[in-house]
Design a protein around this ligand. Structure first.
Ligand SMILES: [Zn+2]
Ligand SMILES: [Zn+2]
Length: 355
């Protein structure tokens, strides 16, 4: 049981009854608008509306579907606004549930769209002309991981179905780490928190003592950190560093992009760090118990949150990517090593059975 204090009690009640939470005023001038995610276990993304002297800024947007759009517009109406009132669109990261409606919202408002440069750099490959190259790289990565041919074809293009939920928008403003966000009436600072996505950011509201944590810190689930064709060399190391980086922020409440608001950032960060320590140990145990496993074989030996037969398509690729992220971190900390075969086999660092 988690040691955090849930502050979004109504949000969690709705979650338990499998409903969409209500639009809520979190603080004077700050609103939370749940936007539904079709056929997705996360169920909704929490869009935040920040009132300005004139108009509003939004943090994240939802998937680009008609249902999401009309829910977002209805949520704005509860707060007394319409899409043309939007002045700024701040995106925590480019996953479709956060960035999907950015283009449409900008069209409706003329607002500027802001992203971290590391995620902005991924847009052409992911949503534009570089797609073929991206699929090739993804396939090569899955070959190296030892994914069998019959499974690989399904996994390579596994997230292509989601692309239709994105109306791609090039950002107008790039937000580097520690950049203050130019919003009149707010003291908002960007914190680069890579791992879940290379350019993931959180926004720290220094005056209101709030953290908009995106997918970096969620109250219930551990955000997925996977190795894939668009990730840097050691995304899990980046993620764990970025968790430590936010642990001691002096905030009264955490406003995540999914699930519910909570208090106890340090407690939650410690839980997530412990989860990955345990996962690293479990991965190491699999390799030391059977030196020479591929990443795919290792994946099949680990415990997952649901039965493997229910992990299909995109989730299966994410599972392989998560295992690989753990193997890469174990390698960088000197606990395992790889051979240079295709597919790659993994050994405990002190094992010499392939030599
Ligand atoms: Zn995400
Ligand atoms: Zn998300």
């Amino acid at each position: 049981m988690s040691g955090i204090e849930v502050t979004g009690l109504a949000q969690r009640r709705s979650w338990e009854s499998v409903g969409l939470p209500d639009v809520e005023q979190v603080r004077p001038g700050l609103w939370s608008v749940p936007v539904p995610l079709p056929n997705n276990p996360l169920r909704y993304v929490l869009v935040y509306l920040l009132e300005l002297d004139s108009g509003i800024a939004v943090i994240d947007t939802g998937w680009s579907t008609e249902e999401a759009w009309s829910t977002l517009v209805a949520g704005m109406a509860v707060a007394g606004y319409t899409p043309p009132d939007v002045r700024a669109i701040l995106i925590t990261h480019i996953h479709p549930d956060h960035y999907g409606l950015a283009g449409r919202l900008r069209e409706a408002s003329g607002a500027w769209v802001a992203l971290h440069p590391a995620d902005a750099a991924l847009i052409p490959a992911r949503y534009g002309l570089g797609l073929e190259r991206l699929l090739e790289n993804m396939d090569a990565l899955l070959v190296e991981a030892g994914v069998p041919d019959e499974v690989r074809a399904e996994l390579t293009g596994a997230s292509m179905g989601i692309r239709e939920f994105v109306a791609a928008a090039e950002p107008d403003v790039l937000l580097e780490d520690r950049a203050s966000v130019p919003l009149p009436g707010w003291d908002l600072v960007t914190l680069h928190t890579p791992g879940h996505s290379p350019g993931h950011v959180c926004f720290l509201d220094r005056r209101g003592r709030l953290l908009f944590s995106g997918d970096h810190v969620l109250p219930r689930i551990s955000p997925s950190v996977t190795m894939h064709a668009q990730q840097p060399v050691n995304p899990l190391a980046d993620f764990l560093d970025a968790l430590r980086g936010v642990r001691d922020l002096d905030v009264d409440e955490v406003l995540p992009a999914h699930e519910w608001r909570f208090r106890g950032l340090d407690v939650r960060v410690d839980e997530l760090l412990a989860h990955h320590r345990q996962r690293l140990d479990e991965t190491y145990a699999a390799i030391s118990g059977a030196p020479g496993l591929t990443c795919w074989e290792t994946t099949l030996r680990l415990r997952w949150s649901r039965d493997w037969s229910q992990i299909v398509g995109y989730m299966r690729r994410a599972a392989v990517g998560e295992t690989l992220a753990h193997l890469v971190l174990l390698e960088s900390s000197g606990r395992v090593r790889r051979d240079d075969a295709r597919p790659v086999h993994w050994y405990p660092a002190d094992d010499s059975s392939d030599r």
